[in-house]
Design a protein around this ligand. Structure first.
Ligand SMILES: [Zn+2]
Length: 133
């Protein structure tokens, strides 16, 4: 097991979001390190991708959980997403659904849905997962 507290983020490839997401996760999950899985428009991917793609993403997340002991997974959608160019409300709905998808994987984690707004600040959309509180 690696040393330190790890958490996990599923975020867009967009280089504007990774630092704010990582900083928020470090603070709110009390993590030293944030394992990050990037995908264009991850909120859309988690709610519309094929089972084969979802299985691959689940494998990536499971490595972070099993090898690094991550107990916190953040899913972040964001403003001005080139891969998922829809209104904020559609992002928020997709983020909520994505939280339910990842929570449904049955991992021993808390899942947070995040929105990175037009100020590149984090807004919490909702929580899910096996670990409450
Ligand atoms: Zn994006």
């Amino acid at each position: 097991m690696a040393t330190g507290v790890f958490a996990t983020a599923i975020a867009c490839i967009d280089g504007r979001v990774q630092v704010p997401v990582s900083e928020w996760v470090k603070q709110n999950a009390h993590a030293d390190f944030v394992d990050t899985i990037t995908w264009p428009g991850p909120d859309n991917m988690l709610t519309t991708a094929s089972q084969a793609i979802l299985d691959e993403v689940r494998k990536m997340v499971t490595i972070s959980v099993n090898a690094h002991g991550s107990a916190f997974i953040a899913i972040a959608g964001h403003y001005d997403c080139a891969a998922f160019p829809v209104e904020r409300e559609r992002h928020l709905a997709a983020i909520r659904d994505a939280v339910a998808v990842v929570a449904g994987w049955g991992l021993p984690v808390r899942v947070a849905g995040l929105w990175v707004n037009d100020q590149w600040q984090i807004e919490v959309v909702g929580y899910g997962g096996a670990i409450a509180g």
